[in-house]
Ligand binder design. Structure first.
Ligand SMILES: Nc1ncnc2c1ncn2[C@@H]1O[C@H](COP(=O)(O)OP(=O)(O)OP(=O)(O)O)[C@@H](O)[C@H]1O
Length: 497
């Protein structure tokens, strides 16, 4: 009942009476198999026969219900879907196993082994299927192990690329001498590549056939095949995909400016016709109020921006600190749900007077109101983002033996980042609302833009009210722009998709 990495007595991999039950039925029954060090074994059989299950048991991703699995060193996997992290470049993907274990082949060397040394700076989305397969192979080769498990890595490749890949894989195996198990549906591939072919059907090992190296000699000697090859080429698999160019036409940049100018013009015409500055000042009057009161407005802007920023940072911290464990522990979500639902159903504005009673009128209660207003979108984004990380990537990290912290740093955080940035955008606008709500309540004790709006309205100085609102809008636009820039930097790989 064990899966160990103790070197096996007779082979690099030893399976004894391995039985695995999944979903209430036996998927593998009493499988016995010994793979010699340096041997190339092909695993072949009908769909659903248990090939992938066997590979996962050898890779310690599944524990057998009965029997023993012994492997000379924790194996490296190449999965059928490659599982390249989309936010990492080719080089950074290949570096992952070394980052996790602190040992292994430098990425440049591993990439050289598969002929991809010139593509280290590209993102997976820019690569052709054949190139992705090579990168996945390079990542496995970078792992410090003698055992390589390949789960149908060529299934998605076209015939020519696949043949070329086979030749390269054979060459690589001869060169590195790693014990290799390849799951394939192609009899020809199995015979061509392997020393022995194992047939698995209905969860049972039917037979093991020795190829005596025959396939290696005879597969590519056909004259007709040579002729076809000459006609079709060698199956070039190094095609970089055209990136969807995002050309911005000059006139489309002018469109929003035209909308602003038109809006100002209509505002001016209507306000001038109305001629009631206590109801609606003209844009010119607002500009005058802005210039005349600039020192007061500027210091009020700094007060509001400071409260909003501190509140946003607090909201970010609390949202992440609660969201991550909730995403990982469903019981915690249930336990905290009354608190979260109640906190979100309570408008923070009604809490503000209470905070005045408890904490007075200083900056702290203002920041607390802001935190309460903006932490929830971050919490939800962290929860959804972490939970939506692809299960297959988790399996990749299992196969690499990653720690919880490595998984958080290199998988869950970057995987959740697009969702998190969406949450941050929402939280940033809410933090401004929180700060203003506090300034409405705190009055002259907290002289931010909210206070100026309240005070100017009391004196029917609508031009100053508009000027303060204008500054608030500009602050909002600035925050929006900052988050967008952050998004562009953090999600560069998305531009290639
Ligand atoms: N987690 C699971 N729970 C229940 N059944 C499972 C699970 N994983 C696999 N199976 C079942 O086990 C059987 C063997 O699956 P496996 O993927 O090992 O077959 P395979 O030979 O690799 O098939 P294919 O060639 O189509 O990839 C299938 O019937 C599959 O539905």
């Amino acid at each position: 009942m064990t899966t160990t990495d103790v070197p096996a007595a007779g082979g690099a991999i030893e399976l004894r009476d391995v039985t695995i039950r999944l979903g209430g039925r036996d998927i593998l029954t009493g499988v016995d198999l010994t793979v010699r060090p340096g041997e190339f074994l092909a695993l072949i059989g009908p769909s659903g026969g248990g090939k992938s299950t066997l590979l996962r048991a050898i890779g310690n991703l599944l524990r057998p219900d009965r029997g023993d699995v012994k492997v000379s060193s924790p194996p490296a996997f190449v999965f059928q879907d490659y599982r390249l992290l989309p936010w990492r470049t080719v080089r950074e993907n290949v570096r992952l196993p070394t980052q996790v274990s602190g040992r292994g082949l430098p990425p440049e060397e591993a990439l050289k082994l598969v002929g991809m040394q010139n593509f280290g700076g590209y993102y997976p989305a820019q690569l052709s299927g054949g190139m992705r397969a090579r990168v996945a192979l390079a990542r496995a080769l970078a792992q410090p192990t003698d055992v390589l498990l390949l789960d149908e890595p060529f299934a998605a490749l076209d015939a020519l690329v696949r043949e070329r890949f086979n030749a390269e894989l054979k060459h690589l195996h001869d060169k590195t001498g790693r014990t290799t198990i390849l799951v394939t549906h192609s009899i020809r591939e199995a015979v061509y590549l392997a020393d022995r072919v194992v047939v698995l059907k209905g969860g049972k090992l039917l037979t093991v056939l020795d190829t005596n190296g025959e396939g290696r000699l005879s597969a590519y000697t056909d004259g007709l095949e040579a002729e076809l090859r000459a006609l079709l080429g060698a199956g070039d698999s190094t095609q970089i995909r055209e990136t969807r160019g995002r050309r911005v036409e000059g006139w489309s940049v002018l469109l929003p400016i035209a909308a602003i100018v038109l809006g100002l013009l209509l505002w001016h015409l209507y306000a001038a016709k109305l001629a009631q500055p206590f109801l609606l000042p003209t844009p010119g009057a607002v500009w005058n109020a802005l210039v005349t009161n600039w020192p007061d407005l500027w210091s009020a802007l700094l007060v509001t921006a400071g409260t909003a920023l501190l509140g946003l940072l607090g909201g970010l911290g609390i949202g992440l600190a609660l969201g991550y464990p909730i995403a990982k522990l469903p019981w915690l979500e249930r336990f905290l749900s009354p608190l979260l639902v109640t906190s979100q159903s309570t408008p923070t504005v009604v809490l503000a007077p209470l905070l005045v009673t408890w904490l007075g009128f200083g900056t702290l209660p203002g920041v607390v109101v802001t935190v309460l207003t903006c932490f929830y979108p971050v919490l939800v984004a962290a929860l959804v983002g972490v939970r939506s990380v692809d299960r297959t990537f988790h399996e990749l990290f299992d196969s690499l033996g990653a720690s919880t912290w490595q998984r958080l740093k290199w998988l869950e955080f970057p995987g959740a980042l697009p969702t998190l940035l969406g949450g941050l955008r929402l939280a940033a606008s809410l933090s401004l609302i929180g700060a203003i709500v506090w300034e409405f309540v705190a009055g002259s004790n907290h002289k931010g833009l909210g206070f100026i709006v309240t005070q100017a309205r009391t004196f029917y100085n609508l031009a100053l009210v508009f000027a303060a609102i204008l500054l608030l809008i500009l602050l909002g636009v600035f925050v929006y722009g900052a988050v967008t820039m952050l998004e562009r930097r953090a999600l560069r790989h998305r531009e290639q998709e």
